[in-house]
Design a protein around this ligand. Sequence first.
Ligand code: ZN
Length: 435
Amino acid sequence: MTSFERKEKRRLFVLRCFTCGRVHNIDDYGKFYYCEKCGGLLEVRLERELRNHVKEISQERRRGVWKYLQTIPLWDEANIVSLGEGDTILVECKRLVKKLGLKKSLFVKFEGQNPTGSFKDRGMTVGVSKAKEMGFRKVICASTGNTSASLAAYSARAGLHCTVLVPKGKIALGKISQAIAYGADILQVEGNFDACLRMARELSEKSREILLLNSLNPFRIEGQKTAAFEIVEQLGFVPDDVILPVGNGGNISALWKGFQELVDFGIMGKDTKKLPRMTAVQAEGAAPIARAFLSGRRGVIDDVKDPHTEASAINIGSPVSWQKALAAVYDSGGFADYVSDDEIFRAQRLLAASEGLFVEPASAAPIAYLLKILHGRDDLSSSLFEKIKSSTIVCIATGTGLKDPNAILRNTTEAQMKVVSSDSKSLENAILTFS
Ligand SMILES: [Zn+2]
């Protein structure tokens, strides 16, 4: 870090209300979580002047999230709490392109390669580093699973006390075992995710000693936006379409912010002018953002009181970042839709069996969406597929399939996992029966 960055960096970032635009002091975050004027969501904005100070990113020696430190509001790099997050593979899926009848190219950004197996690590490395920098000793989050695993890991590494609230009985096996191993205090709430988040918010707003690290925390978004930077670096250009699974809406907002910053600040060392279309895919039983979009609304959504999907990572009925998510979809000229759990499980298997990528159910939602519009018989599906088939598409796979082994086992039949006697004749016969 140059002395300029150490002394002056603070000046180049502000915390701005997404709704009314009011500017807040970024160093006071944690004393408040929402706009003090209108209660809106807060976001980190980079001042225009930063453009005059950015270094060419190709000269950066770090890898992953912290390669982009100059765009992240951390003042002292000594506070970085890292497990080597980011720098995940972007896989070109040629076999899937053929199967889906696409004409150009399809890539999957496999975020399951992050240290705790999901994209949440990009946000948590920044969120926990910032908690350390601001002097917090305790952190808390509500979670459908991945957030708790990630916060628990980074808190352990930072020596912070970590409490996680999860909906009782609704967390995938892999995720809850991670939180246990990392030594978090785990509270199973008799209620859904939305209830967990409300409780965590109320406590952190009251106590002022415990920092809330859910996705409404704007520092997490600053880490997550780096996935957009990586995609452009890996491809060498900006893709036409980016398709994401959407629960709370934080990640689609983060990537959209990242793509916009590439245009605004030229951090790739050359002028990037293009922006991708952002498409949000939700599960049918938890699709308030998609339903708002499909009925042409931008300013209001109807919460889903009792959300239900087996894709637990996106089982959210009251998405906290819905305004930002809808803005990303509308402003980018993208789309929002939902898919059924059956479509999700089909897509999960197709992606694994075609490309060797085993992702958790929620992460298969973008592929399920492509299948849906491919096979859709209505005019809307045909026109969407027409629009997308000749473009370069990037699907974000947010977490590894190992997070939720039961999801795949529940949907496995005896015919797929046969029992044979221990002789070679039986083996021969058994192989012949697999189609
Ligand atoms: Zn406001």
